[in-house]
Design a protein around this ligand. Structure first.
Ligand SMILES: Cc1ncc(COP(=O)(O)OP(=O)(O)O)c(N)n1
Ligand SMILES: Cc1ncsc1CCOP(=O)(O)O
Ligand SMILES: [Mg+2]
Length: 516
């Protein structure tokens, strides 16, 4: 059996057929196949379309739509569902009823709805009354809506011609619902020459509104980008990607398709966006806007306190490959491991006593003596006071730590990341290294909701082949080879060394794997 025929999670698309083959069901199935899932379809309309326009929409009868959904549910249970064109309020309610019944049976299946209301050419595709049914009946059952700015105007009932209005309209559509919104910004140039998507998720204290920014790609072949984008997200959710990661990888998939999709050979109008495989190059991925950066002002995301603490371009270590990187909780361990020839170390004290400052000062002094790359976890202010080599911070620390002070003091900075979104976010700071974890389950720290696995690690590492990268979490001698093969230049471990029967042997064996 070839690898393309091996097990693939099932994803449904409930959408319209595009006879021109550029958008709708046709784009959805190409995308799903490209990203490793098996696509099934329930067709809502047989649109008559070519690259120049949409002469007819031809909705299917309700019974025809219902019977497709039932046939699929009887045999091909989905791991995710993408919904595209729903032509009228009756179709919206039919699909909503079907989803509600599925949920009532305990099926927790992620649903992505691309509220296709207007073809890229400007032709309305859905009846006026559909918007209300979407907001009342369907949105509460979805995990993500992916309108473009024109569709956002349609759903929010207000013009969307600026970053502020996009934020206001997004909040209005989301209301009190858990459903996230990803507004694609291809129709609106907030900053000349760039496109900016807005991802709004969470609520209350944990509301997050992130801008995903990329260079605008000029091409005639841009038909079907919305369908491709939402199908890509569904395909990734079906494979267990968290929503934020699915959104940035799908963004990169579409941008790769725009970049490599060729130049206008199909039809006399807008040709289909390319479907060009997994996005392997960083240039296709969006920049995640950081609130302290100057650019954030143009996107209504700027915050003065964040700007005061903001810094980027940290001092780089003397090598991109930091080698074996033990993370230990005492000064004793630092000295013992330095004597074994370990050069990169971290002091990670999670139960500080009254002698915390003294311990850090002593560790820094040992670090100087042995010429170590010694990172202090969490306590960046004491690390500055003690003149440490570097500090290691987690994602949450980035909101509070004074990165500017760390940089001014000349300390190196390592940042933890858990997945594609956080990797892109942390990369905005250009830290001294980026750590990716947890690769495997570990007893050292509860990382169960953030496990990456070796395949994702390899995909992330491939985006930054020349950057100092560290893998962490559950890495044992047996797994070290697989981790090293991903291309990261460093492996951080706690228990593989501090819990080993013979730590000297463990150090020698792990170093041997990394140096192979
Ligand atoms: C090399 C490396 N990577 C990740 C971590 C985790 O740091 P953080 O996210 O700050 O979590 P705690 O270690 O503070 O629990 C790390 N320490 N080192
Ligand atoms: C601190 C930390 N951050 C992510 S996983 C982890 C623990 C790594 O410990 P171990 O190497 O014993 O799995
Ligand atoms: Mg920490």
């Amino acid at each position: 059996m070839s690898s393309s025929q091996q097990f693939r999670p099932i994803v449904w698309t409930i959408a319209g057929s595009d006879s021109g083959g550029g958008a709708g069901i046709q784009a959805d199935l190409l995308t799903m196949h490209d990203l490793g899932v098996h696509g099934c379809s329930a067709i809502t309309a047989n649109t008559a379309q070519n690259t120049l326009g949409v002469p007819a929409i031809n909705p299917v009868a309700d019974a025809a739509l219902q019977s497709q959904l039932e046939a699929l549910f009887a045999d091909l249970k989905p791991a995710a569902i993408k919904i595209g064109l729903l032509v009228n309020a009756a179709q919206v309610r039919l699909v909503a009823d079907f989803l509600r019944a599925m949920k009532a049976r305990g099926e927790a299946i992620p649903v992505v709805y691309d509220p296709v209301a207007v073809a890229s050419i400007g032709t309305p595709l859905t009846e006026d009354s559909t918007g209300e049914a979407v907001l009342n009946d369907l949105l509460p059952l979805c995990d993500l809506l992916t309108p473009n700015s024109v569709e956002l105007e349609w759903l929010a009932g207000m013009p969307v011609d600026s970053a502020e209005k996009m934020l206001t309209a997004t909040r209005r559509v989301r209301g009190e619902h858990a459903c996230a919104l990803l507004v694609t910004g291809g129709h609106l140039e907030i900053e000349p020459g760039v496109t900016a998507d807005l991802l709004s998720r969470g609520a209350g204290e944990s509301l997050s509104e992130d801008w995903l920014i990329g260079k605008k790609i000029e091409t005639l072949n841009n038909h079907g980008t919305g369908c491709t984008f939402s199908s890509a997200i569904a395909a990734l959710l079906a494979q267990g990607y968290p929503l934020t990661d699915a959104c940035v990888v799908a963004n990169a998939y579409v941008r790769r398709g725009l970049r490599l999709g060729g130049s206008g050979a199909i039809g006399a109008g807008a040709g289909p966006v390319g479907h060009c495989g997994w996005p392997t190059e960083l240039r296709d991925y969006p920049e995640v806007l950081v609130a302290g950066s100057e650019r954030a002002q143009r996107f209504a995301k700027y915050s003065e306190p964040a700007a005061l603490k903001w810094a980027a371009e940290f001092a780089q270590p003397d090598s991109n490959r930091l080698g074996l990187y033990p993370v230990v909780d005492s000064v004793d361990w630092i000295e013992k491991l330095a004597k074994e020839g370990v050069r990169t170390l971290q002091l990670r004290i999670k139960q500080p006593g009254s002698d915390l400052r003294a311990q850090i000062a002593q560790a820094v002094s040992i670090g100087r003596h042995y010429n170590l790359r010694l990172f202090i976890n969490d306590y960046w202010d004491i690390a500055i006071e003690c003149g440490a080599y570097g500090v290691h911070l987690g994602q949450e620390d980035l909101q509070t730590a004074d990165l500017n002070a760390i940089q001014r003091a000349g300390l190196k900075l390592g940042i933890s990341t858990h997945g594609f979104f956080e990797l892109l976010y942390a990369y905005q700071y250009r830290p001294s290294y980026l750590a990716i974890g947890a690769i495997y389950a570990t007893n050292t720290k509860d990382m169960s909701s953030q496990l990456q696995g070796p395949d994702k690690l390899a995909r992330m590492a491939a985006l930054l082949p020349d950057y100092p990268l560290v893998a962490i979490g559950g890495i044992t001698l047996d797994r070290a080879q697989e981790v090293a093969a991903s291309g990261v230049g460093s492996i951080a471990v706690v228990s593989a060394i501090t819990g080993a029967p013979n730590y000297r042997e463990a150090v020698a064996q792990l170093r041997a794997v990394l140096e192979q």
